[in-house]
Design a protein around this ligand. Structure first.
Ligand SMILES: [Zn+2]
Length: 183
């Protein structure tokens, strides 16, 4: 057996279509649907199945670039929230070999770290419909735990799972995407 000392965070960025202007909201793209499908299929399913968070990023307008003053939350505010979330996870995982949600194996998540009763129903339906894989559903639960840690819930509820599901599938589910809006 070969063991690689690799604990890494994979971040991918891709255009949605050949022209780069396709959007689920107001699309300026004129690429034929077949071209979009061909373009998107260059990222394989098994690779995408390992990506937990998918976020559509709007193009930046000229006005946003030139607007004076910072927009949104400061890095310090977000960093502070992340520190608190990690502390919550570490406290919960005391006595286990893990410190963060990302390290907890799927079978442990399913047995010892379940969401609030009924919270995973929609995710289960997505699994049955083939929208999610078995790996995908574990990852939704894992991300839901991180959402719960970020917003200060003791256990992921239906809203936390809905956000995790939205982040995984890229399909809007009526949940604010910014954690700051949830706290
Ligand atoms: Zn296009």
């Amino acid at each position: 057996m070969v063991r690689f000392p690799a604990r890494f965070l994979m971040v991918l960025a891709a255009n949605p279509c050949p022209c780069g202007r396709f959007s689920l909201r107001d699309s300026l793209c004129e690429c034929p649907p077949s071209a979009i499908r061909r373009y998107q299929s260059r990222l394989s399913g098994p690779l995408l199945d390992r990506v937990d968070l998918r976020v559509e990023v709007d193009p930046v307008t000229r006005a946003q670039l030139t607007e004076p003053g910072a927009r949104g939350e400061s890095t310090a505010t977000v960093a502070d929230r992340v520190r608190q979330a990690r502390a919550r996870a570490a406290a919960r995982l005391t006595g286990t070999p893990w410190r963060t949600n990302s390290e907890v194996p799927g079978r442990e998540l399913r047995s010892r770290y379940q969401a609030v009763a009924g919270a995973m129903d929609e995710a289960e339906r997505n699994l049955e419909r083939g929208v999610l894989t078995a790996r995908g559903i574990d990852r939704v639960l894992r991300v839901a735990w991180t959402v719960a840690d970020l917003v200060g819930h003791d256990r992921p509820d239906a809203t936390d799972v809905a956000l995790a599901l939205q982040l995984r599938t890229g399909v809007p589910r009526g949940v604010p995407m910014a954690i700051g809006a949830l706290t």
